[in-house]
Design a binder for this molecule. Sequence first.
Ligand SMILES: [Zn+2]
Length: 343
Amino acid sequence: MKTYYSKSLSATFGRQASFLAKNDELVARAAQATAALCAMPARTHCPLCAGTAPQAQDFVHRGAAYFRCPRCGHIVSCNDPSFLEQDEEQFAKVYPALRGEEREARRLNVYQPKLDWVLESCRRELGRDRQHMLACQWLEIGCGEGFFLEALQRSGAEHVSGVEADTIMAGRCAGLLGADCVDISHRPLACEIRERRFDVLAAWYVLEHVPDLHSVAQALASVPAGTLFCFAVPMFSLSVVLESACHGHFARTLDNDIHTQLFTDDSIDYFLHSAGFEKVSHWVFGQDVIDLGRIIRNGIAGSYSEDMAAGVCSMLSEAYEELQGVVDRHLMSDSRHVLAVKR
Ligand SMILES: [Zn+2]
């Protein structure tokens, strides 16, 4: 099993700057979401292992209580968000449509590197070369507007398809890649996995939104040996602890709204083991230190002159890549990308 560390932070600066610019609005919206979450009934079970939820909380994050599942290590809100009214277009609101160069930059800087890492890992760890991999049947669940499918197509893959619940995002994907490439589905993920054929399944930042991960693991347990599964998930990380400790800035990683469960390395291992998959490669990186920079920028605004604040933050930003590299190597960063094979 190969571990890759770190990735250039340059692609994250734009989105982080928009969090800083809209900080007060985002904090207010998250406070409303937290109040709604806290009014929901208590969870009865862990979404990942289906074990009985513990009676006691392990921590409070921006006003919402969380537990670390004693059985699988997953981080889960004590209140059950599945009772909340679902907004089927929430992701389209979070990710407005990109055009031209912006769109191209997102595909090249965010999605092409995922594909390059999967192809490199398959060659290196499994002896499956690029040509073999691009001839496979690829299915992406939660394909959004199709950035990854487009990266696959442009790299020469012919058999690619996606499933997406958000109708606006699916419409963008169909407009780009053709209506045959994407299906709108509101069915449980486990049904999609059981009923579709694929050699490689991709799920980038999807699993953390699934209320019944144990059913997904059961469905994955029935796929043929040799099937590949690549995914990325947000982690309980330095970013989350900073959000718990400092309240003035928008909580990007655990907002009590879109994210009410997070993975740990233990819960990833539990999930893969229960699905009968073995980890082949993982890639550890995040943007925790830019969150730290954002906290500092917010914290000193008003007490430092604009010039002084800008100078301090500029010096810190020069050190971002090295600082994040240390965080990554200590497995404290906010994301994991995982490639696993069915045994
Ligand atoms: Zn659990």
